[in-house]
Ligand binder design. Structure first.
Ligand SMILES: Nc1ncnc2c1ncn2[C@@H]1O[C@H](COP(=O)(O)OP(=O)(O)O)[C@@H](O)[C@H]1O
Ligand SMILES: [Mg+2]
Length: 261
């Protein structure tokens, strides 16, 4: 099973768009995927047009908010064929408090220990991360072994990358298996000089990890309002083509990328 965190220190760069479309794209290719929403904004369920009653909080604590015990499996919501989600949202604030109360030596690895599916039950575990750095982000980077980092080629694009690499390096000290395998340029607009310039810079630094860019595509903004992935909403749109391309790369090029140091 591959365990991939879609992470970046900055918000609004296309993390959730990537996590959702990548997860659904992989699921459509017959891969069994669990998508974990690690953001208090809880956008994953909205993007997929579903309303799970329970989520990551209940999965980890094995408790409902009213304190009643519940089985972990009940927290996993089937969102599509081959695609399950663990919902995020505001209850993750409680989860972070709960994690903070765990004994120091195990606090950072609770997620890694609890998220162990039955042998062969899943092909991909994908984490949609929040922009900040807290006890939950650390837990994700302890549970994952690959990182996919979206970089928006708009505005101050490289801002946030440096901070993110500091996070990543401190996480790698605790989890030496963690690799930055994919740097994904998003919101690419080939007509602007800025997009081109940033893309060239990324090429210099991340030759091996750099993926083909995801173009700026208005269909990608519209799809979540309909509760659909891009493949359901506009299968022939450029955004769908770009994400299909990413799915192929991830399926075909597996673990060939090197570690960022
Ligand atoms: N390639 C793209 N083209 C156009 N809009 C995009 C693209 N990727 C993401 N968006 C839009 O940008 C906004 C932020 O994306 P989102 O995936 O929520 O970012 P993050 O999870 O990093 O905060 C959303 O409204 C989303 O629909
Ligand atoms: Mg998000």
């Amino acid at each position: 099973m591959r365990k991939m965190a879609v992470a970046m220190a900055k918000g609004g760069v296309g993390k959730t768009t990537t996590a959702v479309n990548l997860a659904h794209g992989l699921a459509s290719r017959g891969q069994r995927v669990l998508l974990v929403d690690c953001d208090t904004q809880g956008q994953v369920a909205r993007f997929l047009g579903v309303k799970p009653s329970w989520g990551l909080y209940e999965f980890i604590t094995e408790r409902r908010p009213d304190g009643k015990a519940m089985s972990r499996n009940d927290a996993v919501f089937p969102a599509r064929e081959n695609l399950w989600i663990l919902d995020g949202g505001i209850r993750l604030v409680e989860l972070k408090n709960w994690l903070g109360e765990q004994p120091r030596q195990m606090r950072q690895t609770v997620l890694a220990h609890k998220l162990v599916p039955r042998q062969g039950a899943l092909d991909f575990l994908i984490f949609d991360c929040a922009p900040g750095w807290d006890v939950l982000s650390v837990n994700i980077l302890m549970a994952a072994d690959e990182v996919l980092c979206p970089v928006a080629l708009q505005g101050p694009a490289l801002q946030g990358l440096k901070t993110f690499f500091r996070y990543l390096q401190s996480a790698q000290k605790l989890n030496p298996d963690l690799r930055l395998n994919y740097v994904l340029p998003t919101m690419y607009d080939r007509r602007t000089r800025h997009s081109q310039d940033v893309f060239e810079q990324l090429k210099k630094y991340f030759n091996r990890q750099l993926c083909n860019p995801i173009n700026y595509n208005v269909r990608l903004c519209e799809a979540p309002a309909h509760g659909k992935s891009i493949f359901e909403y506009a299968a022939s749109a450029r955004g769908a083509r770009d994400y299909r391309n990413l799915v192929e790369r991830i399926l075909n090029h597996g673990h060939r990328q090197e570690r960022h140091t």
